[in-house]
Design a protein around this ligand. Structure first.
Ligand code: SF4
Length: 444
């Protein structure tokens, strides 16, 4: 077998078989440091994308396509356009479109990580041909950790009553202003502010806070309140979702983060967060925000015991809403961090780097109507985040001057702007600072 392969490769490359054999037939062991692993993976992806060793001229089909090809009537991805084109469209369809559920399931079941990454990278290049990877300088502020929802995956909240209530807090406005002042001084352009659900904090409290911030820092972008917080504030204040968002907007809210999505499939939500808003409720908040002209992001926290089908349902619901409104700016997936959580228990098997990268790539392909997909350093660390830029990610999120929720689950990765720019550059991209809405590039 070895001779057959060596003979084929030698003939293919116009070399003497013995010369080729001595070069390639001996087992070789490499010890790769992290940057080398990144380089090897990037090189593999580039090789595959350009036709690669062993592919004949004119063969621009992906491994995903080869898997699906030959099954009558099945929609498969195909390369459209001239050889080398990176446009992915389903057969018989002229526009950029997502995977089918079946294709996504096949990808999850496949061990062809590089092939899936290559597909996602091709779509990322199509959507971002300029070769720029973005980041933002902002800060997460958690105005309270009191919460009534008891989500089993959350290490951050404290109940309103009982022994642990004494660990709860509500930040006073001056403390929040001070955090924002620091953020602005450090070059930050936005604040992501979220908290637990506390029935004492009704719409007036939030309006006063937002107005106070905007009076002092009129240029800061306020990206605040997950869907579950908005639903809770509406309920505590006797308002509709629409009126709640309108009042918050009039007080200074600029956009809404995608927190609280977890897995948008009620079968999973019932198991991990019985009290939290359901899938339709979460989508309804985002739909309402989009309808009044406010942009939002979408997230996914996976690795909570869900099946691949649940993740695909999550993608499908997001895809549909994005088709309806076009209001999502980005998709941001991350992995469940089990430490100090009820769900995590003692021996929870956390999602691995391979699972993270595969999920990132499949999300990139499925959510083809989302312009931006974020690779996470907060849960994955900088090295996996960097790899994610070749698995569909075009953004590394925030320098994050403060983060409390993931830290509460025992994960404390940290970085600086310079470090983020370095990993972006080393992955072959141009780093650029953006604003919260992914609109303005600070080409520094
Ligand atoms: S995830 Fe959010 S809603 Fe759930 S317990 Fe934690 S703070 Fe409360």
């Amino acid at each position: 077998m070895r001779f057959t392969i060596v003979g084929f490769l030698a003939a293919h490359n116009g070399q003497q078989i013995l010369q080729f054999f001595s070069k390639y037939s001996k087992p070789t062991r490499y010890t790769l440091i992290a940057p080398a692993i990144v380089g090897v993976l990037a090189s593999l992806l580039a090789t595959c994308a350009s036709g690669g060793v062993g592919q004949g001229a004119g063969t621009q089909r992906s491994r995903v396509q080869r898997r699906g090809a030959g099954k009558p009537g099945e929609a498969v991805l195909t390369w459209r356009g001239p050889p080398g084109s990176d446009r992915i469209v389903p057969r018989g369809c002229d526009r950029l479109m997502s995977l089918t559920k079946q294709q996504a399931l096949e990808m999850y079941q496949s061990d062809d990580l590089i092939g899936i990454g290559m597909e996602a990278d091709a779509l990322r290049r199509k959507l971002h041909p300029e070769g720029v990877v973005t980041y933002i300088i902002d800060r997460n502020i958690n105005y309270t950790n009191f919460c009534t929802e008891y989500c089993t995956f959350c290490a951050f909240y404290r109940p309103l009553k009982g022994p642990r209530a004494k660990e709860g807090y509500i930040l006073d406005f001056e403390t929040i202003y001070e955090k924002i002042r620091e953020t602005v001084e450090l070059g930050g352009t936005g604040v992501l502010m979220q908290g637990g659900l506390d029935p004492d904090l009704k719409i007036d409290w939030h309006e006063q806070l937002l107005r106070g911030i905007k009076q002092r820092f009129p240029k800061i972008h306020l990206h605040c309140y997950s869907a579950s917080e908005i639903i809770a504030v509406a309920e505590y204040s006797g308002l509709t979702i629409r009126d709640t968002i309108l009042r918050l907007r009039d007080a200074g809210l600029d956009s809404i983060p995608g927190g609280g999505a977890e897995i948008l499939d009620d079968e999973v939500r019932y198991k991990i967060a019985r009290l939290k808003c359901l899938t339709d409720d979460w989508l309804n908040v985002h739909r309402t925000a989009h309808q009044i002209g406010m942009r939002t992001t979408a997230t996914m926290m996976f690795g909570v015991g869900e099946k691949h089908e649940h993740r695909i349902n999550h993608f499908q619901r997001l895809y549909e809403l994005q088709e309806e409104t076009g209001g999502f700016t980005a998709f941001i997936p991350w992995t469940f961090q089990p430490a100090h959580t009820a769900l995590g228990g003692r021996h929870w098997e956390e999602a691995t780097a391979v699972e993270y990268l595969k999920n990132l790539a499949i999300s990139r392909l499925y959510l083809s109507n989302f312009k931006n997909v974020q690779s996470s350093w907060v849960t994955q660390g900088l090295k996996v985040c960097q790899l994610g830029l070749r698995f569909g990610g075009n953004d590394v999120g925030s320098v994050m001057l403060e983060e409390n929720v993931v830290r509460a689950a025992g994960v404390s990765n940290c970085t600086t702007e310079e470090e983020l720019r370095r990993i972006i550059r080393d992955a072959g991209f141009r780093p650029a600072q953006r604003d919260t809405l992914y609109r303005t590039y600070f080409l520094n």
